[in-house]
Design a protein around this ligand. Structure first.
Ligand SMILES: Cc1ncc(COP(=O)(O)O)c(C=O)c1O
Length: 366
């Protein structure tokens, strides 16, 4: 045997060493999962039919995404060269940041917002500049405009935003893109279907706008990992240089046309969620739980100092909800995904019990 000396392993870049590992919470299978903003029922039966027809032969070949990209482009009324399918919006964010962010650049980020913008920006050499929303969690429009500098290279905006559910008005999006022509404005429309307003038509006039969409939420195929980057043909060309040609697998690609075609299924699910949201808001109000207005399939609520106990008690009652207390400005906040009315009535019952117990315990302490 050759005697190989045991040397220390090489270290990654300093920026990577400084990063924290990101571990999403694990969910128990039997619980009602209201912690990931997923579709809480299922995808279209048409997608399941495609899945059951996939053969071993289909899996031997490397995936080819061009024809599906063309179908998605048609669905969005864009040209095929403007659309890139990605391994979820997460990969879209990663690819965009890899393509555009370098040392000396700033990523401008209103917070609180979706965690992965910061995670992926941390692995680049750019600086992250955050703009804190006020207590009402409305989009901090003026403060964001004022934070634009010549170094701003990417502005990442989720519309609707997570975890707050707040929105950015169309005129605000236009003004930001015009104020920062030297920066890419990433508008993440992951929750578009629940809101109903898009800025995708603005791609024709704003050359620095990039829009992201996902199949993970309303479409109910988060496990397939498919996202969309929609941009000008020129910006799309830059991002195509960075993305792996095979990052969207062939099973996912086979399913997307069926998901797109079953428009009725999507509309029914969205309608159900919106009805459930209204009902659940009333349940929260009846319990005097503070909540913020949401245009998405989730609601941010204020639980206070006992947020951890609250999340655990909901979990014990079979309902998983997400503690967002560590998000900037969100001390004591919990995010609850909205599913169907039936599911949310169950969630409201558990919520009632948990809150009553917590209030009784507090009174007993006093
Ligand atoms: C604003 C926002 N963008 C993107 C994503 C992730 O989308 P995907 O599953 O397509 O990676 C999420 C998921 O929670 C999100 O909240």
């Amino acid at each position: 045997m050759v005697d190989i000396p045991n040397r220390p392993a090489p270290k990654p870049r300093a920026r990577v060493q400084a990063m924290k590992e990101y571990h999403p919470p694990l969910g128990s299978r039997d619980s009602l999962r209201l912690d990931f903003n997923e579709n809480t029922v299922a995808c279209s039966p048409a997608v399941r039919d495609v899945l059951s027809g996939i053969s071993a032969g289909d899996l031997t070949r490397y995936p080819e995404r061009e024809s599906v990209e063309a179908q998605v482009a048609r669905n969005l009324e864009l040209n095929p060269e403007q659309v890139i399918l990605t391994n979820g919006v997460d990969e879209a964010i990663h690819v965009l940041f890899q393509a555009f962010l370098e040392e000396g650049n700033e990523l401008l980020l209103p917070v609180p917002t979706y965690t992965m913008y910061e995670v992926y920006a941390s692995s680049t050499d750019a600086q992250i500049v955050t703009v804190q929303a006020a207590k009402d969690f409305k989009f901090p429009y003026q403060a964001l405009l004022e934070a634009i500098t010549p170094q701003t290279k990417v502005i990442a905006l989720a519309n609707p935003n997570s975890p707050t559910g707040s929105i950015i008005r169309r005129d605000q999006i236009i003004a930001i893109a015009e104020r920062a022509p030297h920066a890419i404005v990433l508008l993440d429309e992951a929750y578009f279907h629940f809101y109903g307003e898009t800025a995708i038509d603005l791609l024709a006039s704003l050359s620095n706008l990039v829009i992201a969409r996902t199949f993970s939420k309303a479409y109910g195929v988060a496990g397939l990992r498919v996202g969309i980057l929609a941009a000008s043909a020129e910006n799309a060309r830059w991002m195509r240089r960075v993305i792996s040609p095979y990052s969207v697998n062939s099973v996912a690609l086979a399913c997307i046309p069926a998901a797109l075609a079953d428009r009725a299924y999507l509309d029914r699910y969205v309608e159900e969620v919106l009805a459930a949201r209204t009902e659940f808001e009333a349940a929260l109000d009846a319990l005097s739980i503070r909540r913020w207005p949401s245009e998405a399939n989730f609601i941010l609520v204020h639980i206070g100092g006992k947020h951890r106990e609250f999340v655990q008690a909901m979990n014990a009652g079979g309902v998983l909800v997400r503690d967002r207390s560590n998000d900037p400005g969100c001390a004591g906040c919990v995010r609850i995904t909205i599913g169907t009315r039936e599911q949310m009535r169950r969630a409201a019952m558990v919520l009632n019990n948990v809150v009553s117990h917590m209030r009784e315990a507090k009174e007993a302490e006093a």
